[in-house]
Design a protein. Sequence first.
Lengths: 286, 286
Amino acid sequence: MKRLRKKSSADKVLGIVDLFTEEIPAWTVEMLIKELGLTRATTYRYVKALYDAGFIVPGAGSSYVLGPRFIQIDRQIMRSDPLLRAARPLLDANRSKLIGAKILSGFYGDRVLSIHVDKIDNDIALTMERGRSFPLIYGSPSLVILAYLPAYQLRNVYNANAEKIAGQRLGTSWQEFRAEMKKIRKAGHRVGGYDQGSVIGVAAPIFHAPKAVSTSLCYVRNRDICTESDIENLIGQVTETAAKISQELLNYRSEDGTMSPVFPSPRLAGQQHYDEDDGRAAATEV
Amino acid sequence: MKRLRKKSSADKVLGIVDLFTEEIPAWTVEMLIKELGLTRATTYRYVKALYDAGFIVPGAGSSYVLGPRFIQIDRQIMRSDPLLRAARPLLDANRSKLIGAKILSGFYGDRVLSIHVDKIDNDIALTMERGRSFPLIYGSPSLVILAYLPAYQLRNVYNANAEKIAGQRLGTSWQEFRAEMKKIRKAGHRVGGYDQGSVIGVAAPIFHAPKAVSTSLCYVRNRDICTESDIENLIGQVTETAAKISQELLNYRSEDGTMSPVFPSPRLAGQQHYDEDDGRAAATEV
DNA sequence: ATAAATAATCCCGTAATTTGCGACAACACA
DNA sequence: TGTGTTGTCGCAAATTACGGGATTATTTAT
């Protein structure tokens, strides 16, 4: 399971980006030399490689900081994502006062990441913001995607997370888990936040191809003011809007001649995570 | 002037990110093999390096797309930037109806990049959005930063852009240019958009240290509805708010014991640009 | 404006890593 | 369960990255 490939030169260079955390956003080359244990010449070579690529940029006092390249690529991802282009007008059109926040989530590698967050009710306590990711098995936005994974992938997920799945009351055996997932597919939505957390979230799947799901829409409402009938109402709204977005995507797909696959999709991958959330945070969320 | 260093392995790997443009956001490994002219094994090695670092992620149909790492780093930059932390409350506090948009710009490498854009008047036509960058010599947000560069850097900029500077009526000689810059420093602000474009912009410098500027604030107003007295008013507001932000930054600096340099700063660098704007776009802007 | 200090690059022989090639394992999907 | 595709693995040849110090460029101080 562990990835023990020998570190290549490129790996080492790319790894330097990790050093630019929130605690230490700026590094001088001298600091990097000490941190990396490399010679001055080599460190400068690495820095230059990153600099030439635009990933870091000179900052104050002979330091380097993360470059604007990241900001630009973030924007590019946003603009070129067909999901966002299809979804935003439809989301903006729905102005129901019941909806405290709208969250669009996507499946990346092996986690579910919030792609777009629209917070309407300012009193709502959302830890979810664009760019945060959660494991596949925590939270309604995740579950509604998980439920539509191909059977063999579902099986892999189950095997890798059997205990946690049981802990989330999603089944104590593969059979039970499978049945639970089928239930979600049947319902067409998932309500989360019943038992803990300050918000109720209702998520529905978005189809980018027939029977293929890799994104979800979640409507959130403050739990204190959320009645049973509100939930029913939200379910109706979220499934309707999600269905409209799905329709858009399918049309878009058929209009556009190019078959270039632009949707992040259900391919499992055991990747490093750059997010501190291991599920406990998610467990208190929708 | 040209950078002819031999491409290292890391350079090649990093360069792959450039391929993921808005036109071709998803690449299969086979496509990359053809594009890079490398063998299958090597291409997979490169892809793996990028994948392990989180920069690309598997997408639909055995393709790879830019990873959520970029989204996360963008958020991190935003959160850890002292400028943004200091500026946002102050910007939000100013609710004058005269202001059509507020633009916070920073100096990165050799360009000025919009760090934060708050568009209030929806009728305003702003090509400036967070993540776009402009050359140092175009636009009032740039000029107000340029004017405060150390003399030797100013000299370098002039030598490298003499013709363009003359074209912008910023002086036909080093002496004139120098005088022009001094004028901007004296005034403490810069008004742009007088002669072309649909908006008027008024920019003021933000000091991150005594006499050191690397960011600017620009208030924008639709030109059609902008009177002379409006401009005077905007000048007053923008200089006042910019001064407040400067004050915040200086305090922050002195409170925080760490001398870690966290501000992008005036160090010139001839870098590759990932933005199509060569000034013509900027010339029709503030 | 000039000089001192710091930051960044260059040079080059050697040693280590990367590359390409083919076979091979793992996976997706019917 | 089989089959086409996707991704990985060893190995020998050869390219290239590394260190250490000298050199140049850039920035700060006088």
